[in-house]
Design a protein around this ligand. Structure first.
Ligand code: ZN
Length: 351
């Protein structure tokens, strides 16, 4: 028999699994293996994936919270699924496992590193699996001028979030006319386009080829590097503003990335980092952890890691989403310094 109908809808625009044939016995077997392996993992303590230090468990988070194919990040699916040879692509198998994890509400402890202050999912971190996840990140989209592109330019709140941050930066540091702005993790280029409208010379990088194609086709942006190590190919001291919006929480090796970002800044240049703000709810849930967020920040930890690069924090804003924002700090109830609730945004200056 087939996987229950409706599976595809939980994964939004991900491929349908309706054609994948799996018996109920196989589904039960895979679920049992997932729970057993997950249980043995959770019984042990794991080091911080960023610095290798040990932490204290402070909360828990769903391994799959947003209906996305994250099974491959947490499990060696080739090994785990070997007893059940199912005719499906790797992405389909990943979606199937994610569905079962979601169905059983599989959660992991979240720890706070005693050494570097980051939050991390207390789970064995595997660089190879994470690299593979991002390497196959290309998202399916629509045809535009004969090119397959993928982007979120039709989602008003998303577009607003990508415009709010450039305006916040300009208000803090002054005119960006003629300045070079590098957007690390630029996706479909909406923020780059906003900086361009403010007069900046914009360059950027992203590994999602579908989104980069959108940036090129829709905005005509040309200066986007798709290499994962694009920042290391950027000349040192060549950038006036390095902006990274909702990217650092995916990069894991926080300090080496921040070091690379800092090294491309001209003296007097600005580093702008915006990430989800990890909030521990009274229910014991760590909001914004789990899924592809293996690490996370709050105001204190983000400040600490940025200051460790020798940068001076000029401005820091955060919101835990619990109360209405000050009118002066918001547009349409969303922060005018990030465009998204439950974020933390830091602007820091290189001396
Ligand atoms: Zn650490």
């Amino acid at each position: 028999m087939s996987v229950p109908v409706g599976l595809a809808s939980e994964f939004g625009r991900a491929p349908s699994l309706d054609h994948v044939r799996v018996t109920n016995a196989d589904l039960q077997g895979i679920t049992k293996a997932l729970l057993e392996h997950g249980g043995s993992v959770v019984a042990r303590r794991w080091p911080c994936p960023s610095c290798g230090g040990m932490g204290t468990r402070v909360a828990a988070a769903p391994l799959v919270g947003r209906g996305q194919p994250y099974g491959r990040i947490y499990f060696d699916l080739d090994r785990l699924l070997a007893p059940w040879p199912i005719e499906a692509t790797r992405l389909e198998l990943d979606l199937l496992v994610a569905h079962l994890m979601l169905q059983r509400n599989m959660r992991a402890p979240v720890a706070r590193c005693a050494n570097c202050d980051l939050f991390y999912v207390d789970w064995p971190y595997d660089q190879g699996r994470v690299d593979e996840f991002y390497a196959s990140r290309e998202t399916n989209g629509i045809m535009l001028n004969g090119v397959e592109v993928s982007g979120r330019g039709h989602i008003a709140t998303f577009v607003y979030s990508k415009i709010a941050l450039p305006l916040h930066v300009e208000a803090l540091v002054g005119s960006l006319r003629g300045k070079t702005v590098f957007d690390l993790g630029c996706a479909e280029g909406i923020m780059m386009e906003a900086f361009r409208h403010l007069g900046a010379h914009v360059i950027g990088s992203d590994v999602d080829r579908g989104k980069v194609a959108y940036a090129r086709q829709v905005f005509g942006l040309t200066g986007i590097d798709e290499r994962p190590d694009a920042i290391d190919h950027q000349a040192t001291e060549s950038v006036d503003v390095l902006v990274s919006y909702h990217t650092l929480e995916h990069l894991i090796q926080v300090d080496s990335w921040l070091s690379s970002m800092t090294s491309v800044l001209r003296p007097g240049g600005y580093l702008v980092i915006s990430v989800p703000n990890v909030v521990i709810r009274s229910t014991g849930e760590a909001v914004e952890m789990g899924g592809d967020h293996l690490i996370g920040f709050d105001t204190a930890s983000l400040r600490r890691h940025i200051e460790a690069q020798g940068l001076s924090v000029v401005d820091i804003k955060s919101d835990d989403g619990s109360a209405p924002l000050q009118t002066s700090d918001s547009i349409l109830g969303l922060p005018n310094w990030s465009g998204r609730r439950v974020d933390v945004t830091v602007v820091a200056r290189r001396s």
